[in-house]
Ligand binder design. Sequence first.
Ligand SMILES: Cc1ncc(COP(=O)(O)OP(=O)(O)O)c(N)n1
Ligand SMILES: Cc1ncsc1CCOP(=O)(O)O
Length: 548
Amino acid sequence: MPRIQLDYSIYLVTGRELLPPGKDYYESLEESLQGGVTLVQVREKNADTGEFIEVARRTKQICDKYNVPVLINDRIDVHLAVGTAGIHIGQTDCPLPLARQLIGPDAIIGLSVRNLNECKRAIEQKADYIGIGTVWRTESKDTKGRKCLGPDGTGEILDLLHDTGVQAVAIGGIHLPNLPQLLHGSISPKYSNSLDGIAIISDIVSSKNPRESASNLREIVDSFKRARKSLNQYQVKGGVFDSPFVIEHRNKNEFTNDYLIKRVEDLMNVLKDETPLINQLTNKVVMNDSANVTLAVGASPIMSTNPRDVYDLSPAIGACLINFGTIDDKEGMQVAGRQANVNKKPLIFDPVAVGATSFRRETAQELLAHWQPTVIKGNAAEIGAMAESSEVASRGVDAAGSGFKDPGSIVKQLAKKRAAIIVLTGPEDYISDGNLVIKLSNGSHYLEKITGSGCQAGTLIACFSAASKIDYLNKNNEELFENKSQLVQGDMLLGAIAGILVYTVASEIAAERSDVKGPGTFRSALIDELYNLTPETISQRAKIEIRY
Ligand SMILES: Cc1ncc(COP(=O)(O)OP(=O)(O)O)c(N)n1
Ligand SMILES: Cc1ncsc1CCOP(=O)(O)O
């Protein structure tokens, strides 16, 4: 008899010790099944054997009513006694080949996997599924001293499963607000594999309303899976689509230079009409100039960094920029980014000088474990560090040397790995969503002679990403997300292109002015030219190359 196919979408791992005061375990279990739990693992760390068997037996009885299979954590004897669908074992439990001998060919065996080597072994040993974790820190299990994988570490493991038939769930610290980030951020860089489901303890078990908690999680996982399926079909038909992060179909024939210029023009008007608030957690060096360029294009700057304040502001902003040039307020950055994800706002990350020190590298990692950026912008050294490439070194906040041999493929690969739009700035700018690469060749040599030009470019990407979201919502006349798993609606690739194009074209005009004598006069002329820039000028000057 072939092994049964399980639906791993919402995999509840039980934890009686985490129930809210007064909540009965069986009542909570039944409510969570009504909410949409698709698989249950009975995990009893403190019960003796008799009690474990009794809990498992009653759990199975309830799950049977909903046709939901049950697995047993660690204990083969309990599985055999109750006749469940299988077991879940960890790396220090009964070895998988022996467990297979003991429970026979038809039972399901899941194995915990914490790194690439453990995953390779799980494949060799023919695990039915793996539990990848921990993704984030959790109170539900002692994982002290262990590195959290984050969405991208999870994605690297998913690549190994390609064509193996081994299914995968992620576990550890997964809750409703970070679920979209996990699903999108873990799409694997090489083969675009995605998770089959999520394993959850506290988000469901500790809830006073487990039905609602399970149903909210289920809605996000289901819509993510639906969107992936439709993207795959679209891709098979030869279509081109945005990054897995920003799911929106794009027609290759219509995506031309003229189309892009027309859309940049639309977004310039949206900014002037709607004046979105752009919260910028940026460095002290550039704060004033960043606020001024925001105003010049029609948006409204706010430079809030206090964690409570950014939390309260988040629902009202159009986009959030996190530029960690001086890393003054890490907690504010964590909260601002997380709330941008929760409130589905474009989140622009400018990891200034990330490759220059280990402190910066670690901080970037920590922040990226808290939230999923929409756009990551950097110079060659910064993008190189994010891509773990040693081709371009950093010299303070600048890049040393002549740049990448193949910048297009660097940004494309990093966009796939990070599930974000990547913008590489320099004499030529490269932007990718993981499918397309857009090369923009406007700009002025003066941009290198003033401080914070890269930071200002990040600010303008935030402004135009906000415009792109507003434009989408206006055109589609909808406030609600059709796809609940999507982090941001609107064309974020376009937002990034518009931000860079507007900035670099304005810089060209400023540099040509007869009253500009050097960096000082250029700096203020640039703000004037951003303010006066017209769509016609963009159309006359834009140097765009679209590469597939
Ligand atoms: C689905 C899933 N994944 C991972 C685990 C963790 O199992 P293990 O490593 O054996 O740790 P304990 O659960 O025994 O503490 C899991 N239980 N389920
Ligand atoms: C059992 C287990 N294994 C790795 S993390 C974890 C606990 C997950 O619990 P939660 O969903 O509450 O973070």
